[in-house]
Design a protein around this ligand. Structure first.
Ligand code: BGC
Length: 348
């Protein structure tokens, strides 16, 4: 079978390789890959900046945004051949730390977690893959064209859950949210904001194209100005930052509302250094009870909640988020972003 592989930390080593088909071990599903989503982390791995092959191997099967159809399932697993499934990305560290021991491996304390397609475990970018039934999530059969969006949806499901848990520290009745960045994470965060009945504002650089249309179709407001301008107008209770761009991040953390919650979801490269008036920032955060926090990855609870959120969303809207679909033979094209791309998907 064919798989999308990479030699981690080597530049431009992405290949479609012939690899041995996997066999399901005890408690595992054998899955026919349908589609694979490509995100910034995959591009980082493809560039040679990130990623770890499984111990003792040179190449990693790439891919953590999965969608497949069950071919074989063990009896009593709750899965049957034909089911649409997505695999969970992260596995607990071997120790395990307290968070991992509680199933919250997305909050792993010692960093020894592993991740499919990213860290020490082969990913889902293959015509067939296996997954432990305990780390697979069944999707509504209607999601066949868009279920590949589940993993990025889990990332924002976790972000929203944590925003609500932080909000619950005191009286909390948010009305408006500002999402910075109209990529897949930003747009899915906006979708979940709309599903929560909030007034949603999305800020992005693109002045035309599919992004403003997608935001309008959600019933949300689209902005191309700066955070200070938009924040003055929209007065957001919550900001979800999804660009990772230094200037935007700085504006997001320095223009919060009183008791504002800012969730950072971008994963930028380090540098360059910028000057910050920490005294002013500290003063404002304390005097306004502000919270700025980071959020990454997701656990099984988030995968299940995200599957419900996708099933409730408008299928046509979700389909428009997938702006390019490539056959596996042209997978390398997915690593060069194009103007107006939202989500690029490889058909397996
Ligand atoms: C994935 C997360 C993962 C993170 C860091 C993201 O792109 O969505 O699941 O934890 O990269 O490896």
């Amino acid at each position: 079978m064919r798989a999308l592989t990479v030699a981690p930390l080597e530049t431009d080593s992405v290949r479609v390789s012939e690899v041995e088909a996997p066999a399901a071990g005890e408690g595992e599903l054998l899955v026919d890959g349908i589609a694979l989503g490509i995100c910034g982390t995959d591009r980082e791995i493809a560039r040679g900046d990130y990623g770890w092959a499984p111990p003792g191997q040179d190449r990693l099967i790439l891919g953590h945004e999965s969608l497949g159809r069950v071919r074989e399932a063990p009896g009593g697993s709750g899965f049957a051949p034909g089911d649409l499934v997505v695999g969970v990305v992260r596995r607990p560290d071997p120790e395990p730390c307290g968070a991992c021991a509680h199933g919250e491996f997305d909050m792993c304390r010692n960093g020894r977690y592993t991740e499919r397609g990213i860290k020490d475990r082969h990913g889902f970018g293959a015509q067939q893959w296996t997954v432990e039934a305990d780390y697979a999530v069944k999707l509504d059969p209607a999601l066949e064209r868009v279920g590949v969006l589940l993993e990025p949806t889990t990332v924002v499901t976790k972000a929203w859950e944590h925003i609500e848990r932080i909000g619950a520290r005191a009286w909390f009745a948010p009305r408006r949210v500002l999402v910075t960045g109209a990529g897949p994470i930003g747009l899915l965060a906006a979708l979940l904001g709309v599903q929560r009945g909030l007034e949603v504002h999305v800020l992005d650089r693109a002045a035309s194209g599919v992004k403003p249309e997608l935001v309008a179709a959600l019933g949300a407001s689209y902005h191309t100005g700066t955070i200070p301008e938009v924040a003055a107008e929209a007065e957001p209770d919550v900001v979800i930052e999804a660009t990772g761009a230094t200037a935007v991040v700085l504006d997001a953390v320095t223009h919060t509302a009183s008791a504002g919650i800012v969730c950072l979801t971008g994963i930028p490269a380090a540098g360059p250094k910028v000057g910050v008036d920490t005294g002013a920032l500290n003063r404002e955060m304390v005097l306004e009870n502000d919270v700025v926090f980071g959020s990454v990855n997701a656990n099984l609870r988030h995968f299940r909640l995200a599957a419900e959120a996708l099933a409730r969303a408008d299928l046509a809207w979700l389909e428009r988020l997938i702006t390019r679909r490539l056959p596996l033979s042209r997978a390398h094209e997915a690593f060069t972003p194009q103007e107006d791309d939202v989500k690029v998907v490889i058909d397996l």
